[in-house]
Design a protein around this ligand. Structure first.
Ligand code: CTP
Ligand SMILES: C[C@](O)(CO)[C@H](O)COP(=O)(O)O
Length: 231
């Protein structure tokens, strides 16, 4: 099953504390978002890549897309105030398709096998998201005092990609916008309209480049891969 991928890339990167969009920071000489683009460029099942970007960054982004030969980039949409606004702008710009995948441009280490599983699951069930089991004990607290230890067996750390049939996600995104509902991922918008969302187990390497420490982990992941994958 083929798919279109939407990459929200219009954030400010505040937690990264860098002097520019964190997606333009380089790991071994290549910008973070280019690693992400290359995953989808190299996936035969990916028909098209759409990015939500800041208009003022269009020139630099287009230059990298050309430099690295990312021919599957079919268009750009203007990013919005919230991440979900950026995603919705892309959804409303892309031609209708079967399955749409939403993936943070800040997650460059997604495994192709996870993408394939997500697309298959979404094609049959409508909605599927990447997740990994929680590794730490999670507790609730109020005023600095523990109030509850949450059963870890029912907890997942949710990632992207998040895959959906196009019509379902567009309906959920437009409904949330009309209601002024803001979610932290697309799954919340689909849950909100009562559609079941399925989990596909991902990898712990699929980390979102969010804070400076994540860059250290990202470099270690790249160094652990074979040399030819770095070129
Ligand atoms: N209004 C926004 C906010 C985020 N994103 C994108 O959504 C992904 C995940 O968001 P996050 O990691 O939170 O990025 P930032 O919002 O840039 O980070 P911060 O919250 O630290 O500012 C990133 O690829 C980011 O570029 C976006 O397209 N539009
Ligand atoms: C969508 C997401 O990556 C799933 O974990 C996460 O919710 C994005 O949060 P952010 O604060 O917008 O990075």
């Amino acid at each position: 099953m083929n798919y279109t991928v939407v990459l929200p890339a219009a954030g400010s990167g505040k937690r990264m504390k860098a002097d520019k969009n964190k997606l333009l920071l380089e790991l071994f000489g290549k910008p973070i978002f280019v690693y992400t683009l290359e995953v989808f460029q190299n996936d035969p099942a990916c028909d098209a890549i759409w990015l939500a970007i800041k208009e003022e960054e269009r020139g630099v982004i287009e230059s990298y897309v050309a430099k690295y030969g990312i021919t599957k980039v079919k268009g750009y949409a203007q990013g919005g105030m919230e991440r979900q606004d950026s995603v919705r702008a892309c959804l409303e710009a892309i031609p209708p398709c079967g399955v749409v995948l939403v993936h943070d441009a800040a997650r460059p280490f997604i495994a192709s096998r996870v993408i394939a599983s997500l697309v298959e699951e979404a094609a049959h069930k409508g909605a599927a998201i990447a997740a990994v089991p929680v590794k730490d004990t999670i507790k609730k607290a109020a005023g600095g005092i523990i109030t509850e230890t949450v059963d870890r067996n029912q907890l997942w750390m949710i990632q992207t990609p998040q895959a959906f049939t196009y019509e379902l996600l567009l309906k959920a995104a437009q409904s949330a916008n009309e209601a002024g509902f803001i979610g932290t991922d697309e799954a919340m918008l689909v849950e909100r309209i009562g559609h079941p969302v399925h989990i596909v187990e991902s990898t712990y390497e699929n980390v979102k480049m969010t804070t400076p420490e994540d860059l250290i982990y990202g470099k270690a992941i790249l160094e652990s891969r074979t040399q030819e994958e770095l070129t």
